[in-house]
Design a protein around this ligand. Sequence first.
Ligand code: SF4
Length: 494
Amino acid sequence: MLRSALGSPHEFVITYELVPGQGCCGKKVERLLDLAREVKADGRISALSITDNPGGSAALAPAAIGAELLQLGIEPLIHFSLKDKNRSQIVSHLYLYQRLGLRSLLVMGGDFPKPGYYGQARPVFDLDSIQTLQLMRDMETGRHPGCALSLEQPQRRLFKGCVVSPFKATEAEQVWQYAQLLRKAAAGADFIISQLGFELGRFEELITFVRRRGLSQPVLANVFIPSLPVARAMAAGKVPGVLLPPELLARMEQEAAQGRSQVRLERAAAMIVRLRRMGFQGVHLGGNGLSCSDLRTVLDQVEVFDAAAELPDLAVDFPLQGAWTFCRREAGRLEERPIQPGRKPGAVRIRALSHRLMFDQQLLTGRLFAHFCRFCAQGRRRTAALTLLERAVKRLLFSCRMCGDCTLARSAFLCPQAGCPKRLVNGPCGGSRFGFCEVHPDRRCFWVRVYERLDPQTTVSSLAALPPLPPKDWALEKTSFWVNWFTGRLRQGN
Ligand code: SF4
């Protein structure tokens, strides 16, 4: 079991990522299952993870392959991607996984959906990964009547993983990633898998961060073995959230020209040994087009390197030049760099003051505004007029979408409904590159802009300590937030 393997201090856990394609059968599915059989026979890989509509394109659902892996006696680790599921689908998939005996899930937002049948699929992102982890915990404990398991059913606790990227190139993105990691851990994540990357120093930062912050969750480092075409695509920014340094691509081009492409397997093995010595509890292997024989070569080589007194002289560390790093080395020890949020505050102060004047019930203005809104809420015409006023003011100031459940005060008075294509209210996804948005690469990530407006005293811990906003109530869409707030239709948390 993945849970027990990761819980054992003596085991170094290896998982491998399977990527189902389109269609329910055929050669691709057969190849996956053949590989699974060989992996089972080899016995060194603890679990096979299965992607969920990877890259935002429709593919065979992971539960199908997962159920077959169970029959083969291999533990599946299901990628539980939230881009295509609303909260009902999330709950119903959790029931499905429990029913099928699929116990280990890797919870993630996922890549923005790609065009499919008659064009672009509607992006869902109804819950983010923090909210989903909380929902899963609530289901397990039966705390929420809307989603608790029926008491007649046996309570099966799922083994829940989360993802973090230590490979971000800018301060804002990296600080958010670590703050989000702390929030995911607090929301109930049982283990952590990193984004894939090629820089050892960043892996070291991650494991150091996890240890120093007292997180008890085991961490798997994501070791990806790209083919040359995939490396080219990654270097060109075609894979969301992945930064492949040009030096690595140049080396791979050279190796390919010399007919030595298989060096990539040796490089992965050397990296795995280094990550193990760094303190990771395991690695999550991935790579397109790898055969089981390739995987065996990597794992054999790991054993050889492990047994050797010295590691081979093989370049495995490819830092991204000019990128901001979370730590710096002082007297041989990694120390967190000071951070500088709030460098471009814009009109945040004046907006915060207006917000206070309108909503703080300790102030006369706040009480008057509350009375006014409650008065308007008593008649349909008055409500309509107030809604119109709110729409006009907030559209002008914030490009407001009238979601009726305003969270402006939690994102430095920038509107996530208008500014973030995934409409994330609790912080960024992992898809940004060099501070720019995964979905609109010509625009800066919304949450990078928020970071630039934060209070300069903000720290990773203070960001992490913000209670996550609960899921949006879609019944409030297009209604007046002012009315909703003062008539108690909203949770207190905005
Ligand atoms: S704005 Fe940032 S958080 Fe939103 S989709 Fe783009 S990269 Fe992700």
